[in-house]
Write a protein that binds this ligand. Structure first.
Ligand SMILES: [Zn+2]
Length: 90
């Protein structure tokens, strides 16, 4: 699947080291899909090369809204600071 502006995805928040907050899925809206990847080892390759995607996101949390650029996609490893497609519920 290809990210495009306006699509809804999940952004994984960072937990705090003391676990006051745990890492969790937040809803996010894709605000931009950069033309090129920006991180090694594929810096400068077209976005989506080998399934590596980055997207800029507007992240909605229960208490605030924040904006992040060039967020890497990670479907397998829901690590803090990555995004993935929402889980299928059917
Ligand atoms: Zn999720």
């Amino acid at each position: 699947m290809t990210p495009s502006v306006g699509r809804t995805v999940h952004y994984v928040s960072y937990g705090t080291p003391g676990r006051e907050y745990t890492s969790e899925c937040r809803v996010a809206i894709v605000t931009a899909v950069p033309k090129y990847l920006t991180a090694e080892p594929m810096d400068g390759c077209p976005n989506g090369t080998d399934g590596e995607w980055i997207a800029s996101l507007a992240v909605l949390t229960p208490t605030g809204l924040f904006f992040n650029e060039d967020v890497p996609f990670s479907e397998d490893n829901h690590a803090g600071g990555t995004w993935h497609w929402p889980e299928r519920t059917d």
